[in-house]
Design a protein. Structure first.
Length: 646
């Protein structure tokens, strides 16, 4: 196309190779002003000059940089503004008794990761575009090289962190499901054991509980709670009764194995930390510390070489970090061979980790929040734009000619914009929808308390076939603890044995309601009476410890209101709505549903104590139910008469 005799346009391979033998023999001044490895002869013929390893940009490059910066800025403001609005809207619309924490933005995704990941991409766009708008020859070198050194760690690190989060979320969910199923199976076994032993209790003519065989080596449940005022039988009767019903004791007091204890303790805590915002901040903090240290060390070495004239005396002026200047320079600079080598080294290290975690993430189950699809789209996005930038940059015609008409770094910035669009804009404005219509649907789904007309979620949960499908579907939502808790409460309500109900009450509190519990529910604790429930839990635990130390049957320690205050009228009815509460003004009272061992009609824990928590679990399932309904809308309509409103 061009009639050039002194330069073969296809003779050089690489951005920094010289294109003719004559140019190497030029003196330093001529090479600095007419370097064909920096400026294409066509640009030099038009009056441009090479300086600091750079050529002059044409107006078209500034226009393109301005457009890209404007688009990225507008998209960032819209995405972050929408994210803040949706988070506030979710909190307000679903506050109080209908608060919902399960959604596209705060469970499957982490707002901190969204904000930081998109911000670092925008930082790259801002610096690269303003460098072109201001002028490459005068833009501060220390700012440009800092972003140059951080571009790969930031972008690749964010991608790796997304892979890690998907892997850990899937792992954490599988552990939760395993724990929940194990605890629920214990509940069923205990209930069956209670039914098997009921005939023995009735035939004995007494409700007194006896001690078990001392050879078991465990503290018996009978030694902890005694729910009848009748005197104990003789020692011979006690031994006979305990030998008749060993299965119930063994099942109720069955201890977790070492692996099960590790799962419920340290493993759960570790996995929760890995998906928390603290780990995200720590991850970026470590990356920042490592690469700032590298930047300062290399910058110091480069400054020493510049001051001592080592760079100027070099036969090849481009064999440096930056050309004809130093990294900490307040003026402009062009990248040298050493900088390019560092860039490639960073890319190789982070790419190897990305491939490793991507391979593991590929084995994870598909989730209902589109997280896996999103991550794979973003991975393909970066692979595509990295190749689009890297392969053409190996040809000098791109770096010495095209780059000054169309800045080739824009291919990377297009990847940053695409990343922002998919990781923030789409989840905020397409996936997560909040509004009056959505809020009304939540009320409709969960407002019915009439057993003859159950709400849609309850219909699914109480149907054997659909409950199994919904539970499997919930395993893909990373929030299966709500379904597990709901079923545990249903099993708790069916228990008729008071001592067994106490045992299950403690088990449910330790598994779902205690702060730091393995399947701790993400619910507003005060609004749903959790502090009052846990107060009863603490009292029962204290009674057990007291009994264990004394070696006799304890009197239940009943939580009471301090004598200086009156009983709150809005606490007890919420916690035990169907139980009578006797209270007088300005008098110290206790909850009447909790009785000591000397009461003739023991009713320590009412069956409906978890009703409000169970209702909150149903609210937390709404987004999960919505996704479930989209998949099975026709079958739900025909089999359960659930009309699709999705």
């Amino acid at each position: 196309m061009f009639n050039l005799t002194s330069i073969d346009m296809f003779s050089s391979f690489g951005a920094f190779a010289t294109t003719s033998t004559a140019s190497i023999n030029n003196n330093n001044n001529t090479q600095s002003l007419n370097d064909t490895s920096v400026c294409h002869p066509l640009l030099l013929a038009q009056g441009n000059k090479s300086e600091l390893g750079l050529c002059d940009d044409y107006p078209s490059s500034r226009v393109i940089a301005a457009i890209v910066l404007m688009v990225h800025t507008c998209l960032l403001i819209a995405s972050f503004g929408g994210l803040a609005y949706k988070l506030v809207k979710l909190s307000k619309n679903r506050g109080g008794s209908s608060q919902q924490k399960v959604n596209f933005l705060t469970l499957a995704r982490n707002p901190a990761l969204i904000v930081i990941g998109c911000s670092v991409g925008y930082a790259c766009t801002f610096v690269m575009c303003t460098r072109i708008l201001i002028g490459r020859k005068i833009y501060p070198c220390f700012i440009f090289t800092l972003i140059y050194f951080f571009c790969i760690p930031w972008i690749a690190g964010t991608t790796i962190l997304r892979f890690i989060r998907l892997i850990v979320l899937s792992w954490l969910n599988s552990v939760k499901v395993r724990i929940g199923k194990r605890e629920l199976s214990h509940v069923t076994e205990k209930d069956m054991s209670s039914n098997r032993s009921s005939s023995i209790s009735m035939s004995s003519g007494s409700t007194a509980l006896t001690r078990g065989n001392s050879s078991t080596g465990n503290i018996r449940l009978e030694d902890i709670f005694k729910l009848s005022e009748q005197p104990r039988k003789s020692k011979e009767t006690d031994v006979a009764a305990s030998n008749d019903a060993p299965e119930e004791d063994d099942i109720i007091l069955k201890k977790d194995t070492l692996l099960q204890s590790f799962e419920k303790g340290r493993l759960i805590d570790l996995l929760r930390f890995l998906v928390s915002s603290k780990f995200i901040y720590l991850f970026y903090g470590i990356i920042a510390f490592i690469h700032v240290s590298i930047y300062l060390i290399i910058g110091g070495i480069d400054y020493y070489n510049f001051v001592n004239g080592i760079k100027i005396s070099s036969t090849n002026r481009r064999q440096a970090f930056v050309v004809d200047t130093y990294i900490f320079s307040p003026g402009g600079c062009g990248t040298g061979t050493y900088n390019t080598n560092i860039f490639i080294s960073f890319l190789a290290v982070y790419a190897s980790f990305a491939v490793l975690f991507a391979t593991i993430a590929l084995l994870m189950k598909k989730d209902i929040w589109f997280v896996k699809i999103e991550i794979w789209f973003l991975s393909f996005n970066w692979v595509f734009f990295a190749l689009l930038y890297g392969i053409p940059s190996m040809f000098s015609q791109i770096t010495t000619l095209v780059d000054y008409y169309f800045p080739w770094v824009m291919t990377i910035l297009f990847g940053c914009i695409s990343d922002l669009f998919m990781s923030c804009f789409v989840p905020v404005f397409i996936y997560q929808r909040v509004g009056k219509e959505n809020h009304n649907r939540e009320i409709e789904l969960t407002s019915s308390n009439n057993p003859e007309k159950d709400n849609a979620i309850r219909k699914i949960l109480t149907n054997a076939k659909w409950n199994s499908l919904f539970l499997q579907f919930s395993e893909k939502s990373f929030s299966s603890e709500d379904v597990m808790m709901w079923h545990a409460v249903e099993q708790f309500k069916k228990v008729t044995s008071e001592k067994l109900r106490i045992e299950l009450f403690l088990k449910i509190c330790d598994t779902y309601l205690r702060i730091g519990a393995p399947l701790e529910l993400n619910i507003p604790r005060k609004e749903f009476g959790v502090p009052e429930i846990m107060s009863l839990h603490s009292s029962l635990r204290a009674s057990r410890r007291h009994s264990s130390n004394k070696g006799n049957s304890p009197t239940i320690i009943v939580p009471s209101v301090p004598s200086t205050t009156t009983t709150p009228t809005n606490v007890v009815p919420q916690l035990f709505r169907n139980e009578p509460v006797v209270a007088s003004n300005n008098v110290t009272t206790t909850t009447s549903v909790i009785t000591s061992r000397n009461c003739s009609s023991p009713n320590i824990i009412p069956p409906n104590i978890f009703d409000r928590v169970q209702q909150c679990c149903e609210h937390n399932m709404i987004d999960n139910y919505t996704r479930f309904g989209l998949v099975y809308s026709k079958q739900l309509s025909s089999e359960l008469n659930i009309v699709s409103t999705f």
